[in-house]
Write a protein that binds this ligand. Structure first.
Ligand code: URA
Length: 294
């Protein structure tokens, strides 16, 4: 499948409310204020506008101008039946989340089991709207058995707060790998293949409405498993080519929208990219609003 070049991500027009949210994420606000500026900002259109319902919860802030967001880009999963791999028959062995978590905690499918202190199945609401998928546990996560509890996790919490979410309500956080790779090295393909049935089963059981793939390993896994990209495309395409659109995938038998964005650990190293991540979150929030409206 040919992936079209995307235009550079749009810079959002900022209401006072957006500025407050960006500050919460630690994004430096440097765009001209469109309400104050006499000429429009150098963008075609805002990526997104957060919904009125959220505006109402921040009554101290001035009302927003109504701006129609551009239609979201959607890539569809090609019409083909997903291959069931032999070990996927194990999905039936995990009838509910607790059984799945116990299986993850006892897992020895790959070499990472030997080096772990704790496996990290995931945490959050068992009936989430949002599934956040990261890469793999780090040192602190391995120690506590919980996802995203280190520095990257603090930024993730601020990103969720900017979306008026918390990690325990309507959100579930999981990783592609459930065990920490030594020295936090990248996941290898054998480990990802061994671990992916756990993520697929989590998706089946949790039935989220929207999946946020954070970083390239989450994007690779979800888009290739979900039939939106071939395994080669998913491996080769840079994350910048995968973000900025809604990918429609089929995972664990569910049709799901996936939005790809930067991993919080990358954003800590490259804070200038936080604005793009914010645009991705706005895109996902708009899609979620549409979901609830229809
Ligand atoms: N990075 C991840 O991708 N996942 C975690 O749980 C922590 C850091």
């Amino acid at each position: 499948m040919q992936i079209p070049d995307l235009p550079p991500p749009a810079i959002p027009r900022l209401s006072h409310r957006h500025r407050a949210m960006l500050l919460e994420m630690g994004v430096p606000v440097w765009w001209p204020d469109p309400q104050a500026a006499s000429t429009p900002p150098p963008v075609e259109a805002p990526v997104s506008q957060a919904p009125t319902a959220r505006t109402e919860t921040r009554s101290a802030l001035p009302p927003q101008r109504s701006v129609t967001p551009p239609p979201a880009r959607v890539t569809s999963a090609p019409a083909r039946v997903q291959q069931i791999r032999p070990h996927d028959t194990a999905l039936d062995a995990w009838p509910h989340l607790e059984a799945l978590q116990a299986a993850i905690q006892a897992c020895t499918r790959c070499g990472l089991a030997q080096g772990r202190q704790c496996a990290v199945p995931g945490m959050g609401d068992s009936q989430p709207d949002w599934l956040i998928v990261g890469e793999a546990p780090g040192e602190e996560e391995d120690r506590q058995g919980l996802p995203f509890v280190g520095r990257a996790g603090q930024l993730l919490d601020r990103m969720l707060a900017a979306m008026q979410l918390t990690r325990t309500q309507k959100v579930y956080i999981a990783n592609v790998l459930k065990c920490r790779p030594p020295m936090n090295r990248n996941p290898d393909p054998v480990e990802m293949a061994a671990c992916s049935p756990y993520l697929l089963r989590q998706i089946q059981l949790l039935r989220p409405k929207m999946v946020l793939a954070m970083g390239r390993f989450a994007a690779q896994t979800l888009l290739s498993e979900g039939g939106a990209l071939s395994a080669d495309q998913a491996r080769q395409l840079p994350l910048g080519k995968l973000r900025g659109r809604i990918h429609q995938v089929t995972l664990g038998g569910l049709a799901l929208p996936v939005v790809v964005t930067y991993h919080p650990a990358y954003l800590l190293r490259s804070p200038a990219e936080k604005a793009k991540a914010w645009a991705d979150l706005c895109l996902a929030m708009d899609a979620m609003d549409n979901f609830h409206r229809h």
